[in-house]
Design a protein around this ligand. Structure first.
Ligand SMILES: [Zn+2]
Length: 274
């Protein structure tokens, strides 16, 4: 019997699944590959109704979590995710927030403890391909929960030895620059926002670029499902044509490959297909 091909992506918060992996989730599901989305936290440090910020009066972390997990289910539906697994940890908040110090915050959970839970999911689903963030939490993002997701995934991959291929999501610097040029050219007002030179993934680290252009619409639908965080998702304000161009590819850095696959590839499952 052929092995069921399985993709597992590990993300920190509800909504993180969309931008860096929404296209590959949708594409591989359509190809008949089983997809598993693991979301580590409940996102309770996100915006509340009406854009109420965490720590401000009226911000109710439990209500925010409930709403965001509902949005996550809707998003996963648009991306045809087969299995959504919630680790249920507490959102640590952005780097420097006082919530970083909560003992229950995901970033403070001992790595081996959380990695053991993720390892059980790997044992259960036996994914050939696993994806998470790089050591900076993704192209220099630095959010403590993203860095922690990276740590526990590294540990679980190593402990179980299950995946044949292991990847970090990548935001190639060249593609970033092109995207900002496109946004400016389309007349978007970006103020004086300018990505710093060290934002994004150094281009030479990118090994894998997957064409997801037929799935841009679904990726955007998934992103829109996270309505409560809409204020942060400025990308949705881009003109449609620019979105189509900006989102047509997803990039990755391959960290482990036990099969025969080209050094530069256009498919996470290169070398794994029958
Ligand atoms: Zn996040």
């Amino acid at each position: 019997m052929d092995r069921q091909l399985t993709l597992m992506v590990v993300h920190a918060h509800p909504d993180d699944e969309c931008l860096s992996t929404g296209g590959v989730l949708a594409r591989y599901a359509e190809e008949g590959i089983r997809t598993v989305l693991v979301t580590c936290t409940n996102g309770e440090q996100g915006d509340g109704p009406g854009g109420v910020k965490p720590g401000d009066p009226g911000h109710d972390p439990a209500a925010v979590a409930e709403r965001r997990l509902g949005e996550l289910r809707e998003s996963a539906g648009h991306l045809a995710v087969d299995h959504l697994e919630l680790l249920g940890y507490q959102d640590s908040g952005m780097d420097g927030w006082h919530t970083n110090h909560h003992t229950e915050a995901f970033a403070n959970v001992p790595v081996e403890k959380a990695a053991a839970r993720l390892g059980e999911l790997m044992e259960h689903y036996r994914p050939q391909v696993v994806v998470t963030y790089d050591e900076t939490g993704g192209g220099g993002y630095g959010h403590p929960d993203h860095v922690q997701a990276h740590r526990i995934t590294e540990a679980a991959v190593e402990a179980t030895g299950i995946p044949d291929k292991f990847y970090y999501t990548a935001i190639p610097r060249a593609a970033m620059r092109r995207m900002f040029e496109m946004m400016r050219a389309s007349g978007m007002d970006l103020g004086d926002f300018q990505p710093s030179d060290d934002f994004g993934t150094p281009d030479e680290r990118v090994t894998t670029v997957v064409d997801i252009s037929p799935y841009v619409e679904r990726k955007l639908k998934a992103l829109r499902a996270h309505e409560s965080q809409g204020e942060n998702i400025f990308l949705l304000r881009m003109p449609e044509e620019t979105q189509q161009q900006a989102f047509s590819h997803e990039a990755f850095e391959r960290r482990l490959c036990k099969v025969d696959a080209p050094a530069q590839e256009d498919d996470l499952f290169a070398g794994l297909r029958p």
